[in-house]
Ligand binder design. Structure first.
Ligand code: ZN
Ligand code: ZN
Length: 316
């Protein structure tokens, strides 16, 4: 009997091939440029340091970008853990865009696929994609951190994973205007720096620190959730994936590093649910709720948290 030809495994549902030219563009914009910016920052800071004005602008841009991703793109748009009045919804979606991680519907599509297949074949960015051994894990961490933008030959289709966002006229318009939002992410710090110092030099240094360097740092900080918070750290809750809770990631991502609970209860508006797990994003959502701007917030149920913990203890 003739040997049957080997068949390639079927691609995960809701994906489409990405042309090589676009993968190369992703590689340059999302992987190479941030690294160049960080190297340049180290060189500049070594020579002449960084002024207080630029620190203030960069920190403000960092907070807006990270909150935009965690509260806007992630907790509001991807997981619908709360609803927001239109002005707040728009503001959060713009803030998420300023992080330069792509238009909302695309980000949401990739992330929903991550939850569906977390750490199994089909997950767009699992650090365990190449196996459990030391070298395989190193390769997997690089893949989860940023490499998947290039190596992933399949992109999540928005029509499949995020039809709700495609049906939202505000999000559709905002995503169509994404290049303008991306430009704003650099023009805003430059304008503030220029007006604050009343000089072109002030605009340029603010563009460098609050634009390029902030962009590089924000990217690596958010992606450490994909890599570190699926590989190292404690697992307080039983989940089907290998998500973990990592304090330093939670500090830098304003709460997103409490990733184990997030995979246990993805729609929970709070990720840091145990004692001592500070979650500034949940704090901000609470402020919005008190102001009447956010509603239908899905706060976690203490009984469910305990039940999940007991599940994890039973597994140990
Ligand atoms: Zn995850
Ligand atoms: Zn999520």
């Amino acid at each position: 009997m003739p040997a049957s030809p080997e068949r390639a495994p079927a691609p995960p549902v809701g994906t489409a091939p990405v042309p090589t030219a676009r993968r190369t563009a992703y590689l340059i914009v999302l992987v190479v440029l941030p690294l160049v910016a960080l190297a340049a920052a180290a060189a500049v800071a070594w020579g002449r340091g960084i002024g207080l004005r630029d620190v203030a602008i960069a920190v403000a841009m960092y907070l807006v970008s990270i909150y935009g991703i965690s509260v806007g793109y992630h907790r509001m748009l991807t997981h619908r853990s709360f609803r927001a009045r239109r002005p707040l919804r728009l503001a959060l979606a713009v803030a998420g865009g300023l992080a330069l991680e792509g238009p909302a519907a695309l980000w949401v599509a990739e992330h929903r696929r991550h939850h569906k297949y977390a750490d199994r074949p089909g997950d767009p960015h699992s650090p365990w994609a190449y196996g459990d051994g030391g070298r395989a894990l190193l390769r997997g961490l690089a893949h989860a951190q940023a490499g998947w933008f290039y190596t992933a030959r399949l992109r999540s289709r928005r029509e499949h994973w995020a039809p709700d966002l495609l049906a939202d006229p505000d999000i559709r318009r905002l995503d169509a205007a994404y290049p303008a939002v991306a430009a704003l992410s650099f023009l805003l710090p430059a304008a503030v720096g220029g007006l604050w110092s009343l000089s072109w030099t002030g605009a340029l240094t603010a563009l460098f620190w609050g634009g390029f360097v902030r962009y590089a740092v924000v990217h690596h900080v958010t992606w450490s959730v994909n890599s570190v918070a699926h590989a190292f750290g404690g697992r307080d809750f039983a989940t089907r994936d290998r998500s973990t809770n990592v304090r330093w990631v939670a500090v830098l991502t304003l709460g997103e590093g409490w990733h184990n609970w997030h995979h246990a209860e993805p729609t929970s508006a709070r990720h840091g649910v145990l004692k001592g797990q500070h979650d500034p994003s949940a704090w901000l959502i609470r402020r919005f709720e008190r102001a009447g701007w956010a509603y239908d917030v899905r706060w976690p149920d203490p009984a469910r948290i305990e039940a999940r913990r007991a599940g994890a203890a039973a597994v140990r």
